[in-house]
Write a protein that binds this ligand. Structure first.
Ligand code: SAM
Length: 221
């Protein structure tokens, strides 16, 4: 018989590790990690590893990111309740659930190019109590103008550059948090903030390794 894990205890242990390691600084981000059950967003075969700080396969050659990487991104985004967020790359829905906890589920739109993953992510979100997040199937390299303007566009796949489509979809104080790199598999986390004249102030954060963003304004298929 398999081991029965106490997921709540595992979650607390992981959050403690993320805080002690300095990945989670903002108490609101800590509370989001405490609230969202990651075991509901990983394939059942991997549920024992739900609270190990590693990326896990989610099918179609894609991954759910390591919690520490998500923590860095959420910290960089400095999200306030009620801000509107576009996540690019729904995957499992876990990152979108954390965003929903931070800003409110109705304020989050997440876009995924793979219809099967979008449907799995949507059902994971509903099962975890975040069914009001909008999951859209489409090419996020073009953003999602129907839901703009966004206070934050957060990409969870690596782009060769910030797509031209994104900045015009930002609110006046909007920011972009996205892995950007000249290789399909290695990036730097870019944090870009919109200036009053519409141009972007860009800062480089940590090195990272996301799956590629594939689309009209990103990597070719
Ligand atoms: N945020 C996800 C989670 O919490 O599980 C992990 C996302 S995974 C690292 C990257 C995702 O981006 C994949 O599901 C992939 O299909 C998707 N993707 C790649 N290019 C895309 C595009 N142009 N538009 C939307 N989604 C895209």
């Amino acid at each position: 018989m398999g081991r029965t894990l106490d997921f709540a205890a595992e979650r607390e242990r992981m959050v403690g590790q993320l805080v002690r390691a300095g990945y989670v600084k903002n108490p609101r981000v800590r509370d989001a990690f405490r609230a969202v059950p990651r075991e509901r967003f990983v394939p059942p075969v991997d549920s024992e590893d739900a609270y190990v700080d590693v990326p896990l396969p989610i099918g179609a050659g894609q991954t759910i990111s390591a919690p520490s990487m998500i923590a860095i991104m959420l910290d960089e985004a400095s999200l306030e309740p009620g801000e509107r967020v576009l996540e690019i790359g729904t995957g499992s829905g876990y990152h979108a659930a954390l965003l929903a906890h931070l800003v409110g589920a109705r304020k989050v739109i997440t876009i995924e190019r793979n219809p099967e993953l979008a449907s799995w992510g949507r059902s994971n979100l509903a099962g975890a109590g975040y069914g009001e997040v909008s999951v859209v199937v489409g090419d996020g390299s073009l953003g999602y103008p129907e839901g703009a303007p966004y206070d934050c566009i957060m990409a969870t796949a690596g782009a060769p550059r910030i797509p031209d489509a994104w900045p015009p979809q930002l609110s006046p104080r909007g920011r972009i948090v996205a892995p950007v790199g000249s290789s399909r598999h290695g990036q730097v986390l870019i944090v870009a903030t919109r200036r009053p004249d519409g141009t972007l102030h860009t800062r480089e954060g940590t090195s990272c390794a996301f799956v590629p963003l594939v689309g009209a304004q990103a990597w070719p298929d």
